[in-house]
Design a binder for this molecule. Structure first.
Ligand SMILES: Nc1ncnc2c1ncn2[C@@H]1O[C@H](COP(=O)(O)OP(=O)(O)O)[C@@H](O)[C@H]1O
Ligand SMILES: [Mg+2]
Length: 217
């Protein structure tokens, strides 16, 4: 079982959007997935409540102090992937999620205040001794903002995911309706971005296992 934590100290960066979309993408690839919602505002849990097909992915609200037990229960119930959505402004919950994770994703809008905030999220991942990758989110369709943001992210010593999420209404409408982009508009561009991001993240979390196996061989 692999664990991906989605952290960002900035509200509105796209944590829940990313967590929910990756969880559905995994289920569409037949990977049993549990989404753990550590945000007291429970956006992911609310999304699940309005979801017509209540089953997959399984979403559970929890607190950082219970994270280990919930992860244990997910494993016992056959989950192959756990995605942890976290609250902004809560360093303790982000740190607990990062400690549990194989991969930490930091969604970030290409805007100056968001870019300034990723330093803190990067520091939390470093404190947890985990690899953190920034996913640029809500990138405008045109212009050089993404390129400039990438440079700014690298100046913090962080890596940028090769797949970026564009600013698209499909991300907003799908979530409001209890869906993910791939369900809302399967042939749409948002669905395509998510499928690519999931594929990259899947390879990334499994690559670390291969590396460990290689080192211990
Ligand atoms: N790529 C995107 N394009 C358009 N809207 C987005 C995108 N990502 C997030 N949003 C919207 O921005 C708002 C905040 O996103 P959310 O995922 O809830 O952030 P967080 O969980 O980090 O607070 C939501 O209304 C969401 O629908
Ligand atoms: Mg959220």
């Amino acid at each position: 079982m692999k664990i991906i934590a989605v952290i960002s100290q900035k509200g509105g960066a796209g944590k829940t959007t990313l967590a929910v979309n990756l969880a559905v993408a995994a289920e569409l690839q037949d990977v049993p997935t549990v989404l753990i919602d550590l945000d007291p505002q429970s956006s992911a849990k609310t999304w699940h409540d309005i979801r017509v097909s209540k089953e997959a992915p399984f979403v559970v609200s929890s607190q950082a102090s219970r994270l280990e037990e919930v992860i244990g229960a997910s494993r016992a119930n056959g989950a192959e992937l756990v995605i942890i959505d976290t609250a902004p402004h809560s360093e303790s919950s982000a740190l607990a999620a990062a400690r549990a994770a194989d991969l930490v994703l930091i969604p970030c809008r290409p805007a100056i205040l968001d870019l300034k905030a990723i330093g803190t999220s990067g520091d939390l991942a470093a404190l947890a001794k985990k690899e953190a990758v920034v996913v640029l989110n809500a990138v405008p369709h045109q212009g050089k903002l993404a390129e400039e943001a990438e440079e700014a992210v690298r100046s913090y010593g962080l890596t940028v995911a090769p797949v970026k999420l564009t600013q698209r209404a499909a991300y907003v409408h799908s979530l409001t309706g209890g869906q993910a982009a791939q369900e809302f508009e399967p042939d749409g561009k948002a669905a395509q971005e998510i499928a690519e991001l999931y594929k990259w993240a899947y390879t990334r979390v499994h690559a670390s296992t291969l590396e460990t196996v290689r080192k211990s061989a």
